[in-house]
Design a protein around this ligand. Sequence first.
Ligand code: BG6
Ligand code: MG
Length: 215
Amino acid sequence: TIRAIIFDLDGVLTDTAWYHYRAWKALADELAVPFTEQDNEQLKGVDRLNSLRWIAHKGGLVLSAAEEERLMAQKNAHYLELIQHMSPADLYPGVQPLFAAIKAKGWKIGLASASKNAAFVLDRLGIAADFDYVADANQVKNSKPDPEVFLLAAAGLGVVPAHCIGVEDAVAGIEAICAAGMRPVGIGEPALLAQASLVVPQIAALSIAQLQALA
Ligand code: BG6
Ligand code: MG
């Protein structure tokens, strides 16, 4: 039985994964660390501090705590600049009908995001009120692939993990869903998201019938 669908935000409901990439890329360029879109696949779903540390490690850089703080603030300021004009028009096609179909089934809708900016983005997209519970990076200690944020979302929804489906575009996110004991749905490349039970190229291609079939 399915009782809840728990969504990732960045790259699943809207194209913020691209803006995160642009902002990390600018920072890596400044640090003279080579950073490609392929590298970025490893960072999708990973929180701010661990992403910075991944880039620093790639460049053989050792950062002090103060430098980490400064660079994270710089990346976030750039990211906020990139997303400041976001509006409901930036919601991916297919999200609204999918949410309506989920509600019609009586299933709950949750969010499990690694971003500290999740509430701001939901607000900009005009979908904050659609969620029965929102879990984000402000409430958890352990970043995806740790299951903490998905488990928190399930607990907040009052649904046991076995009755939840998680929807993710990140390798780390699919791992987190599996570790949480939920059924994983991937958005993106099947080859990259091989652990997922079902992979669709974008959320518009995900139907309620496909979700129901995972029960
Ligand atoms: C994740 C994104 O959702 O949030 C990552 O996939 C991003 O790309 C991470 O780095 C942290 O986001 P923020 O907004 O807290 O810096
Ligand atoms: Mg994502």
